[in-house]
Ligand binder design. Structure first.
Ligand SMILES: [Zn+2]
Length: 598
């Protein structure tokens, strides 16, 4: 058991003591709503009034629930009208809103088998489920599975010469319009339909999730912010991903990202549950859905041997919600380094989340962010065929453009050399010593970098990786070149993106100095300390490290004092050139919220 797990047990003890006083303060959370999702398997059980009473008795003392989603279909199982009516009546009588949910799976257990949208029987069945659900609810959400992984003979024939990606993007766009939106509105003109997306956006296009068209014709989108374990998982998602994905989907449909969604799956430590919830809220999600009632309802044995309704997860959630509700009102709109992800693009998958984990606040946008003074372009930007011209225009306008080594590689021979002649050599080199701002620092392990060749004095290294056993050779980690009135940079991304965590603090500080130059605050700290910045001189510091670590906060000179919003404590800054610096520490598994004292 590590330190973070221990602190989690402490948290459970603390919240049991603290909860009643907090709960008495207000009937609902001020800054967000809470929903509980119920799968069709559990909705079926609601036929039994005792199940409903007990599940509700386990959850409702801890979490102030505003809404429940009652699923009508999953795995070809459809709930009967009588049971659905009982469930609706139960929650409505308690003042809880009810909405419908649909999961378009044939068999979730069979490697997430989805519907086949080439199969007329499947299409008919799904349309009937949509009609049944829209008849019962004014709000309907589609859970994660409105994509297709079908490769049956009908689909192979329908695909023809197209790529699977092109075929599925078209197929799901059509299915969304004709099997969901059209029949839902025909049955219930008032119905609002939300499409909930899972957490793997860089691969969506391959399975037909269409982020270009669906956010336009669905009423709302919803965000899977479940990142589960940050190390031992097949998906390899970082904790920061739960924040940045919400902001990305908000940018897909401004004002139309209805909420974030967390489950309890795949975690080694309970602490990760609370952390996923508050990261969703840091992103300013207006609603948070707890998936699902089965995971939340955890009865325990009473002294007399009978089953007592209980929910440790709801206790954790209730504490995390109360604490976050106390700070969210102080925060403005989230801001970050804009990084451009064209529709249906991939490359250096989820790199923005890794950069968030090394203390660079990120903001993923689907349109080229021409207005931003500094932007980051990853390999995904190669999907925009006009990208080199757009980079040149930024530089000619006196702005800064940072591209990654992955994009440099993709644009070799495609016009990037018109800006600066750099060569992505294709060789990989190992480094554990780094040179930047005149000082050398070491990482604990070798980090593998792509080697980049440049012409001396045409462009220059800001951070260097010293390679070979004698450290007599090297390659840039951060490189800069002038072009017109702007500055152009290349950031070399380690061959394994997670090795960004191994970069020493001094190298990361130099990188943050360039990438975060337009923000009023940045960090000088080791990796795995994240910074969440808002447009009203407030920010959050959260450590994902195993132990506490010293952190230096650097702000604009105009800020001389910071107030810790949770404790009221004030810290005075020390002047350093055009900046103020504040020395503090980041506790493991905890966050601090700061506001500039004006
Ligand atoms: Zn098929």
């Amino acid at each position: 058991m590590n330190v973070r797990a221990l602190s989690c047990l402490g948290l459970v003890a603390l919240l049991c003591a603290a909860e009643p006083a907090v709960r008495a303060a207000s009937p609902n959370y001020r800054n967000f709503n809470v929903a509980v999702y119920c799968r069709v398997y559990e909705v079926r059980q609601m036929k039994d009034p005792a199940y409903l009473e007990n599940a509700w008795a386990a959850i409702s003392p801890h979490v102030k629930v505003d809404k429940v989603y009652l699923e009508t279909h999953r795995d070809t199982i459809v709930v009967d009208q009588e049971t659905l009516d009982k469930a609706k009546a139960f929650f409505t009588a308690k003042g809880i809103k009810v909405a419908g949910g649909i999961t378009a799976t044939i068999s979730e257990m069979n490697q997430f088998e989805t519907y086949c949208y080439s199969n007329p029987e499947h299409r008919k069945k799904l349309q009937a489920v949509v009609e049944f659900t829209a008849k019962n609810f004014d709000e309907v959400i589609l859970d994660d599975f409105f994509f297709t992984d079908c490769k049956c003979d009908l689909c192979i024939k329908a695909k023809g010469q197209k790529s699977w990606t092109a075929f599925r993007l078209e197929q799901m766009d059509e299915a969304g319009r004709n099997l969901v939106m059209k029949p839902a509105r025909a049955i219930n003109p008032k119905v609002k339909v939300t499409i909930k997306y899972p957490n793997w956006y860089d691969h969506f296009q391959n399975l037909g999730f269409n982020l270009e068209t669906e956010p336009v014709y669905f009423d709302k989108v919803y965000t899977g912010t479940e990142t589960r374990d940050g190390v031992y998982s097949n998906q390899h998602l970082t904790p920061y991903h739960g924040y940045s994905i919400f902001r990305y989907f908000e940018n897909l449909k401004p004002g139309g990202n209805a909420g974030g969604w967390v489950d309890s799956g795949g975690m080694r430590h309970l602490e990760r549950y609370s952390e996923q919830l508050w990261l969703t809220l840091f992103a300013k999600a207006p609603e948070i859905t707890l998936f699902d009632i089965r995971q939340l309802y955890q009865p325990v044995r009473g002294a007399d041997g009978t089953s007592v309704p209980e929910s440790q997860l709801a206790r954790l959630a209730g504490y995390a919600f109360s604490q976050a509700d106390g700070i969210l009102g102080a925060l403005g709109t989230p801001v970050g380094l804009k990084t451009y992800k064209p529709f249906h693009s991939s490359g250096e998958d989820f790199l923005a989340s890794y950069l968030g984990m090394v203390g660079i606040p990120m903001d993923i946008v689907p349109a080229f962010p021409a207005e931003a003074r500094t932007i980051l372009l990853t390999e995904a930007a190669k999907y925009d065929t006009g990208i080199v011209a757009k980079i040149k225009k930024q530089l000619q306008d006196g702005k800064n453009v940072v591209i990654t080594s992955g994009l440099l590689k993709a644009l070799q021979g495609k016009g990037i050399e018109d800006i600066v002649e750099l060569e992505y050599t294709g060789r990989t080199v190992a480094a554990r010593e780094f040179l930047g701002r005149g000082a050398t620092t070491r990482s604990e392990t070798d980090i593998l970098f792509p080697e980049i060749r440049y012409a001396t004095n045409d462009s220059w290294e800001i951070v260097s990786a010293l390679t070979s056993a004698g450290r007599t050779t090297g390659t840039p980690v951060l490189h800069s070149a002038k072009y017109s009135k702007g500055l152009f940079y290349v950031l070399a991304v380690p061959q394994a993106q997670g090795d960004l965590y191994s970069l020493p603090a001094e190298a990361l500080n130099a990188i943050r100095g360039v990438l975060c130059r337009d923000m009023f605050v940045r960090l000088e700290a080791p990796s795995q300390v994240s910074l969440f910045v808002y447009d009203n001189d407030t920010f959050i510091l959260e450590s994902f490290r195993e132990t506490s670590t010293p952190v230096r906060i650097v702000t604009d000179k105009r800020i001389t004092k910071l107030r810790d919003v949770m404790t009221g404590r004030e810290i005075a800054g020390q002047p350093r050139g055009n900046e103020s610096v504040f020395d503090t520490s980041a506790r493991s598994g905890a966050y601090s919220v700061f506001a500039a004292v004006k």
